[in-house]
Design a protein around this ligand. Sequence first.
Ligand SMILES: Cc1ncc(COP(=O)(O)O)c(C=O)c1O
Length: 367
Amino acid sequence: MIKCNDVQEQARDLAEPIIARWRDVLACGEFILGDEVSRFEAWFSERCHGAFAVSMNSGTDALLLGLRALGVGPGDEVITCSNTFVATVGVIVAAGARPILADVGDDELVNAGTIAPLLSSRTKAVVPVHLRGRPAGIESIVALCRPCGVAVLEDCAQAIGTTIDGRQVGILGDAAAFSLHPLKTLGGLGDGGVLVTTNPKIAEYAESVRNHGLKSRGESAVFGMNSRLDALQAAALNIKAQYLDQWLDRRKAIAAYYDEALAETATGSDLGGFGQGNSFYHYVVRSADREGLQRYLAMRGIETAIHYPMPIHMQEAWLRSQPRIDLPNTERLAREILTIPCHHHLSDSDVERVVTTIKEFESLGLR
Ligand SMILES: Cc1ncc(COP(=O)(O)O)c(C=O)c1O
């Protein structure tokens, strides 16, 4: 089976060095924060061009604390998209604000054009998502928002390695949230996340609130929560971080092969196009007979996935508390998209087999 994502194999590859590092952590007994966490944060900060990097126990918490740090609360509106993982919208509700969902372009990304008509005096923040590792047009979104006093929190959960003008995304808005979920290109062996910001006040707030607002062992400056990255996770991530660029290069090479080999097919190349700066967390094609293509690939041992089959505004969670809305482009794309395997465990022959099978499906006239 050619898997769409292979977390087991990745864990197996690095089991030895990770376990060796864990032995050191066990020996020193520093399980909460400490050296491993500081080292990981320093590495992440360097990766983000010296911005502050505050680790947390999930990308969801990084988004939530990011919104809170930006002052988002009851009565505020926050604009984001509907074709994302549910956490992006869930945190807006958790912060007590009202989510407003913008439609997306054919590249599946929100942009200044789809956000602009939704801005109002109640808008406190915009959360653009760098979906699938594609760089969203942050510069134009920031240019739209800043003059209106609207903050920008970048959802970088899928965007480690994604760049704009060669620089890691996450530093152009007011703050950014990264996920270290095991499925991510840089994933832990459990949950984790990072809030990145160039604003020292936001960093200070996040660092305090992720640890109960404690200023000493017995006294809190503000009420907070427990959202610390475990030392054992940080130790594993410090090992994995050494391989990140190698893994990203492999994804890009596979994507370049797909782009070329699928260019003349009806299924076509990644919906993000041949865009610069894409880190290819997902490589997504489109088919008028998406279910047929998915079944055909599965029968030939190729696993695919749909990210995401149901936009958030059509889900029960939304309809319980929010108004019915139509997002035509988001809904159309959700019916056509298919994520095909694109990760560093694929061999050249795996990748060739994916292409040949897609072409075979098309030549049989099954679509
Ligand atoms: C776009 C997006 N936002 C937010 C999250 C939430 O991150 P986490 O699972 O680390 O809480 C994810 C992770 O799946 C995601 O893909």
